[in-house]
Ligand binder design. Structure first.
Ligand SMILES: [Fe+2]
Length: 328
């Protein structure tokens, strides 16, 4: 299948004022009827009664980093879409937003946040959500994602993506907050599995059961990071295929691929190396299970030349093509 045929037409920037909703402290209708801001493309029908996934399949993307802004605009590389770190563009002005808007004129974008702290016991940060909503109105991302974690509590920011205890109480707590965020933003969000380095004694279920339960109860989507599964599987000693088998395919909207640092007894998710072969193999398994899912390469440190990352994008594209042929 030629994935590029599925790319949605680019909406012109600046034509979004009519789509803006009431402020984030207002209540909006729930999204069970489906979100209408993007072209419809149903990948799966769902037998569990939820509305079908309606976000587009974007193809094969890359994290947009400042080191590549000019090259992306000058060369228009063969990347289907870019993922931008939300927090880098919340200030309404300046160089980052200047480049983001110009990249958006040529590529679909998605917004990926690190500050939502959806699992925290602190109140949701409504000012942050309003900023995200304003940015979304400005650049019209295909979707918005953040992490299934907490980044602080009691007003203290840990500056890390901390895992939650996998309990029924935590499922209900997080799902309620995700629903509030979705009501505020007027769209379904994606939550991403984080890599982790500790377990809680209070956990009652596997990480994948927790992720799935949260997604079902919140009626949100899943950003399934394949490298994070690999990292956590090594750190905690579970089978990564059990993880893939335990996630509902109809909820999986996006994958991440990244590199990490292997210290032997444990792995640290550093995003500063190429994707390793076992993670590529696990991605192939994911393609077999989930079919065509938008996927991108994350590199956040030791940023190489753009061409180096483009090689990884092409490898991702080739693995997906092979897996989808087998999946068909
Ligand atoms: Fe990720």
């Amino acid at each position: 299948m030629n994935i590029s045929l599925l790319r949605p037409p680019l909406a012109p920037l600046g034509g979004v004022a009519k789509a803006r909703h009431s402020p984030c402290d207002d209540s909006l209708p729930r999204l069970a009827q489906g979100h209408e801001e993007h072209p419809r493309k149903t990948r799966y029908s769902c037998a569990t009664g939820i509305s079908p996934i309606t976000y587009p399949h974007l193809g094969f993307g890359l994290g947009l980093r400042k080191e590549h802004y000019q090259a992306v605009l000058d060369r228009r590389p063969p990347v289907d879409w870019f993922e931008a770190i939300t927090e880098n563009y919340l200030v309404p002005g300046g160089k980052p937003l200047y480049f983001l808007e110009r990249v958006r004129n040529h590529y679909p974008l998605v917004l990926h946040g690190v500050s939502l702290s959806i699992g925290s016991a602190d109140p949701l940060d409504r000012d942050y959500l309003r900023q995200v909503k304003d940015l979304a109105a400005r650049i019209e991302p295909a979707w918005i994602s953040d992490h299934l974690c907490f980044t602080g509590v009691g007003g203290v920011n840990a500056h890390d993506l901390l895992p939650l205890p996998y309990t029924g109480e935590a499922v209900r707590h997080v799902a309620q907050r995700i629903r509030e965020v979705q009501d505020c933003l007027g769209r379904r969000i994606l939550v991403e599995n984080v890599s982790s380095y500790l377990n809680y004694r209070s956990s009652e279920m596997s990480e994948w059961a927790f992720l799935s339960a949260v997604a079902e109860e919140a009626d949100c989507l899943i950003l399934l990071d394949i490298n994070n599964i690999y990292v956590s599987a090594r750190n905690h000693g579970f089978d990564p295929l059990d993880y893939l088998d335990g996630v509902p395919p109809e909820r999986v909207q996006q994958h991440h691929l990244a590199g990490h640092q292997d210290y032997g007894d444990y792995i640290v998710d550093t995003h500063d190396h190429p994707v390793i072969d076992p993670v590529w193999a696990l991605y192939g398994e994911a393609v077999q299970r989930f079919g065509p899912v938008s996927c991108m390469i994350e590199r956040d440190a030791r940023i190489p030349p753009l061409d180096t990352l483009l090689e990884e994008v092409e490898r991702m594209r080739a693995i997906a093509a092979g897996g989808q042929a087998a999946h068909a």
